[in-house]
Design a protein around this ligand. Structure first.
Ligand SMILES: [Zn+2]
Length: 443
């Protein structure tokens, strides 16, 4: 829901920028456009100069030399895992998890999650990410970091149904939803986070679905990430794939955000499409852990709601969604031996509207449009790597750097202005996160 503007003073006017916004069919491109913001809402996107009623603004941002884009949407991450960035790399998945990540995660404290998430939020804002979907624990701390930094997020408490304490975790997941769903003027939304089919047995998923139905929230899950996981599932469940199994349990009757979907069959893709399941594609992580290549072009063709995610910083190792869009385009061209696959406009779509649709937030974010939330980023188009100006969408995907993002507006608030964060002390965040991370690996 958004308030509707009935005239009156404009809070922010971006004037004379190159405006680019993805669409379902083709992107909107205004060589010289204006954007007006009132409160948390975008009230005008159109040619410059905007009509008179939008021109008296409290704050005017001169847009020449800048590209205005909708904020990027990171459809899957574990923000606090920034504390594990570079802590363990280049290892096989199970060894990495059992010898390094899980023992270290068992030592995590609430403050580690808070400062790790603060670091992640600073990193994402700098990279033009204005919304992220997160699954982890100590989620109250994550929510506090989201509240503090002004970013938008969809939060879920990760649930391992097969572990001791599963019911306590589910109770925490419920509390997170009750306390934070719709908080910060709607900037925070919540889901339940059953970790994966192989860690959540049927009776536990039934309890999760009961809570989801009671609270009216969706679910965030890891699905078909590795070949081994799919083989094991088919062996244990009468030949059913993880997608088929979750469908048979009725999970997809709820809004579901499924991370990875690397090893999915034609039948799986049909189910994902028919049930409107959101898929978070994490190509950087899938490549680094050597999980495989998700059939993204096929899923898009079948109408699946595909978006882009970075996954956690322990397996990526950054939260740079622009880089992820480039990796996705390169990966799928190579994998299909076809350079026309995942063209630049499509890669940009995945990082914005595609991810917004995967999170079911497309009515609020993902495009620059009147009536949507004012989540807007301004990117410098004057660097040497951005010239000549033949095709700026191509430059955004194939040539730009996340450091080209100069100004970030989220929910109508300027959270970064010309390269400087305005709402948090960045130096303090970096120092505190560094301190927590160093102590954590020695604990
Ligand atoms: Zn993940």
């Amino acid at each position: 829901m958004h308030e509707t503007w009935h005239g009156g003073n404009v809070d922010i006017l971006i004037s004379g920028a190159l405006v680019i916004s993805p669409g379902e069919e083709r992107p909107l491109v205004l060589p010289k456009g204006d954007i007006a913001v009132v409160g948390s809402e975008t009230v005008y996107v159109g040619p410059s100069p905007a009509p008179q009623e939008f021109r008296s603004a409290a704050k005017v941002i001169e847009g020449s030399g800048l590209i205005a884009l909708p904020g990027l949407v990171n459809a899957h991450t574990h923000a606090a895992m920034t504390v594990f960035r570079g802590f363990a790399d280049d290892m096989p998945l199970m060894e990495w998890l059992t010898q390094k990540i899980w023992p270290a995660e068992a030592r995590l404290e609430a403050d580690d999650v808070y400062w790790g998430t603060m670091l992640a939020c600073v990193e994402m804002i700098r990279a033009g990410v204005t919304t992220f979907a997160d699954m982890y624990f100590f989620m109250d701390e994550t929510a506090k970091a989201v509240e503090r930094t002004g970013i938008r997020a969809s939060l879920s408490r990760g649930l391992i149904g097969s572990a001791p304490g599963a019911d306590k975790a589910l109770a925490e997941g419920r509390e997170l939803c009750e306390r934070w769903n719709g908080a910060c003027g709607g900037r925070i939304t919540t889901m339940l986070g059953p970790h994966a089919p192989y860690t959540c047995p049927k009776d536990f998923l039934e309890k999760v679905m009961e809570v989801a139905s009671e609270l009216g929230v969706g679910m965030h899950i890891h699905l078909s990430e590795t070949e081994g996981e799919v083989k094991e599932c088919r062996k244990l469940h009468g030949g059913m794939s993880p997608v088929e199994l979750m469908d048979s349990y009725g999970l997809f009757e709820f809004p579901v955000l499924a991370a990875h979907c690397v090893h999915v069959s034609e039948r799986d893709i049909e189910i994902l499409s028919a049930k409107g399941v959101g898929v978070a594609h994490n190509p950087g992580c899938n490549m680094k852990i050597a999980s495989g290549i998700a059939p993204v072009p096929k899923m898009l063709k079948a109408g699946v709601r595909v978006g882009l995610g970075t996954d956690g910083a322990a397996s990526n190792n950054n939260l740079d969604l622009l880089e992820e869009a480039r990796i996705a385009a390169f990966l799928h061209k190579l994998a299909s031996n076809d350079p026309t696959v995942l063209a630049a406009p499509e890669a940009l779509y995945l990082a914005t509207l595609g991810s917004a649709r995967a999170l079911r937030l497309e009515a609020q974010v993902g495009t620059l449009e009147r009536g949507k939330k004012a989540d807007i980023i301004l990117m410098d188009s004057t660097g040497p790597h951005m010239h000549p100006h033949h095709d700026m969408i191509s430059h955004i995907v194939y040539s730009a750097r996340s450091s080209d993002v100069r100004t970030v507006i989220i929910d109508g608030k300027v959270v970064m202005e010309d390269g400087a964060l305005t709402v948090v002390d960045e130096k303090e965040v970096l120092a505190r996160a560094e301190e927590r991370a160093q102590a954590l690996v020695r604990r």
